[in-house]
Write a new protein. Sequence first.
Length: 307
Amino acid sequence: QSLAESTLVQALDTQGGKLAIGQGAFVAMAPDGALRALVGGRSYAKSQFNRATSALRQPGSSFKPFVYLTAIESGLTPDTIRDDSPVSIKGWHPENYSRDYRGPVTLQTALSLSLNTVAVKLGQEVGPKAVVKTAQRLGIRSPLQANASLALGTSEVSPLEMTAAYAAFANGGTGVTPFAIREVKTTAGKLLFKREGGGLGPVISADALSMMDSMMRETLVTGTGRKAEIPGWDAAGKTGTTQDFRDAWFVGFTSRLVAAVWLGNDNNAPMKKVSGGGLPAEIWGKFMKAAHAGLPPAPLTGGLWRH
């Protein structure tokens, strides 16, 4: 908890002013849902609002894994080719962050580089309602709008929800319910409360999990999340940046820990070109390196998919 607080606050104190970032939130949990850190803002003394649990913000591209998982479950693979090209849906013309197009690309490349056109096309291919069901199955509780822009993370969620949903990618495919208390005892040792179960059961098949973990691993190796890489460890995740830089996210995991970073402003004012692959990925990487120090590296629980 103290590591999460100091990492987030230090980053905001040193870079928040010049980048117009007013606030942030941080959540870290064990893959079974046990909370390890919960930071609701940069100063509890100045604001008691808990942005980790209560702020509903657009997740941007950090929502795309739910789209890709739905596509994988419909029979596609990381090697499936889709065209990165202009797309128009009822007058809506979503563009890539880079404003250019790469033509035919694999799904793995499209996710790691966070290509918006491919995500939107996949969302239309499987249907927005199917994507909503996938996200809900993994633990998203906030209302999701089953529309074309859902694929780009326009429905608002909390950092806690996103962390819990990603936990299934980290633990072998089981949905989790976040929790902070395992048991309560009196000073004499009498057990007053013991947490019983509480998970959501299996939510991702083994095959789909290995494909997703492989694609999300690539994000940190060659994609938009390179600043989050943890030397010696297999880590995976996804960046998220919303329109006009109002929200910037990095959500990711190892076999030991799942964590999410959100940066933005309470009044929804734009930041100065803060993307998920920038400061959020740096904060996440710095925290995770310290949190994993001294632990023997372990592979991702889902394994890495091979063609």
